[in-house]
Design a protein around this ligand. Structure first.
Ligand code: COA
Length: 324
C-alpha cells in the first residue's frame, strides 16, 4: 500500500504588512476591537502580486527544498478562491512558470478548507498508484475582494500562499485518516466573486459584486459547532487519543474560535498552533503557512503526528490526521 509522505513545505507571502492601526486610518475600527475579537494584529497585502505569482514562489521553494527536477513533477493542485483568471487555472499558470511540462495541473475551490481538500485529492492519486508525487498549494490574494467600507469583514483577511511537496512511499506516514464535509444550503453566509449570468440576449446586468460578504455570527456558530465534531469523529475513526497528538493546526480564522474548539474537544490550547496575529485569515493558505512555520521552528519534526482542520465558505470543512 502506498502513502503520501510530506517531503517539503514552503511559503510565499507579499512583503507589504498592514497593521490594525493602518486599517484604522481608512475604516472605522481600532486595534483593540480587531485583536480582541479575532487575535489578528497584522496581515500581508499584495502590492500588485497576484495569486499565481505567490503560488509560483511556493512551487519554486518546494522544488528547491525537495531537490526535485520540475520535469519529474506529476501533479500540481492549487487551492484558491482568488485566482488571477477564471481560466487558465492558477495551477496551470504555476506549471508554466516552473516548466513542469509533464505535470497535470488543476485548481480546487473549497475556500478555507481548500488546502485540506487539495491534499486529500493528491493523496488519493498517490495511494492509487496513478501518480508518484504532487505539489499542493493554498494561495490567496483576498485583498482584491475586500470591501474596505465593510469593517466587519475587511479587517479579518490577508494574502499569502504556501504548500507541500508529497511523494509516494510504502512507509505508513503522511495522510493517515480524514473527515470532510460540506453544507451548501448555508453557502450564502460567506460569498465572494459573484458573476451574474448577463448575455446579449437577456436583460440580466453583468455588473458583478465581487466583494466578500460574510455573516460573521453565522460563520462563528458554524465553525464552533462543526469543527469539534469533525475532529472528534476523525480521532475516533483513526483510533487516536489526545495523548497521541503532538499538535493541532486549525485554519487561522480567529483565536476565539480556536479557544472554543480546544475547550469542546478537551485538547489543551498548548497543542494548538496559531499565527493569525501575523497573517490574518488567508483562507486556503492559512494551514500551509502555519505548517511551514511549524517545520521551520522545529515544532514539527520527523515522526510528529497531528491534526489539520479547515473550515469555511461553501460551507466546507475537513480534518486530517497526518504524520511527518
Ligand atoms: N471595528 C470596530 N467595530 C466593529 C468592527 C470593526 N472592525 N466590525 C464590527 N464592529 C461593530 C459592529 O458594528 C457592532 O456594533 P453595534 O453593536 O454598534 O452594532 C459591534 O462591533 C459588534 O458586532 P458583531 O458583528 O456583533 O461582533 P461579533 O462579536 O459577532 O464579532 C466577528 C464579529 C466577525 C469578529 C465574529 O462574528 C467572527 O469572528 N465571526 C467569524 C468570522 C470568520 O472567522 N470568518 C471566516 C471563517 S473561514
Amino acid at each position: 500500500m502506498y502513502f503520501s509522505k510530506i517531503i517539503a513545505t514552503g511559503a510565499c507571502v507579499p512583503d507589504m504588512i498592514v497593521t490594525n492601526d493602518d486599517l484604522a486610518k481608512i475604516v472605522d475600527t481600532n486595534d483593540e476591537w480587531i485583536s480582541s475579537r479575532s487575535g489578528i494584529k497584522r496581515r500581508h497585502f499584495s502590492k500588485g502580486e497576484n495569486t499565481s505569482d505567490i503560488a509560483t514562489g511556493v512551487a519554486k521553494e518546494l522544488i528547491q527544498k525537495a531537490g526535485i527536477d520540475p520535469l519529474d513533477i506529476d501533479l500540481i493542485i492549487v487551492a484558491s478562491v482568488s485566482a488571477d483568471y477564471t481560466t487558465p487555472s492558477t495551477a496551470c499558470l504555476v506549471q508554466g512558470n516552473i516548466g513542469a511540462v509533464n505535470a497535470v495541473a488543476f485548481d480546487v475551490g473549497a475556500a478555507c478548507s481548500g488546502f485540506i481538500f487539495g491534499l486529500s485529492i493528491a493523496d488519493k492519486y498517490i495511494k492509487s498508484g496513478v501518480y508518484k508525487n504532487a505539489i499542493v498549494i493554498g494561495a490567496e490574494v483576498l485583498s482584491k475582494y475586500l470591501d474596505f467600507e465593510d469593517r466587519g469583514t475587511c479587517v479579518l483577511f490577508g494574502d499569502g500562499a504556501a504548500g507541500v511537496f508529497v511523494e509516494r512511499t510504502e512507509e505508513r506516514t503522511g495522510l493517515l485518516a480524514e473527515e470532510m464535509g460540506s453544507d451548501g444550503a448555508k453557502g450564502m453566509a460567506l460569498t465572494g466573486g459573484h458573476s451574474p449570468a448577463g448575455n446579449a440576449f437577456n436583460d440580466v446586468t453583468r455588473q458583478a459584486k465581487r466583494e466578500l460578504y460574510m455573516d460573521g455570527r453565522a460563520i462563528f456558530d458554524f465553525a464552533t459547532r462543526t469543527v469539534p465534531k469533525s475532529v472528534k469523529s476523525l480521532m475516533e475513526k483513526a483510533g487516536v487519543t489526545v495523548d497521541d497528538l503532538d499538535f493541532v493546526l486549525p485554519h487561522q480564522a480567529n483565536s476565539r474560535i480556536v479557544e472554543i474548539i480546544s475547550r469542546k474537544l478537551k485538547i489543551p490550547m498548548d497543542k494548538f498552533y496559531m499565527n493569525m496575529d501575523e497573517y490574518g485569515n488567508t483562507s486556503s493558505a492559512s494551514i500551509p503557512i502555519a505548517l511551514n512555520e511549524m517545520v521551520e521552528k522545529g515544532i514539527i519534526k520527523e515522526g510528529s503526528v497531528g491534526v489539520l482542520t479547515g473550515f469555511g465558505a461553501g460551507l466546507t470543512w475537513g480534518s486530517m490526521l497526518i504524520k511527518f
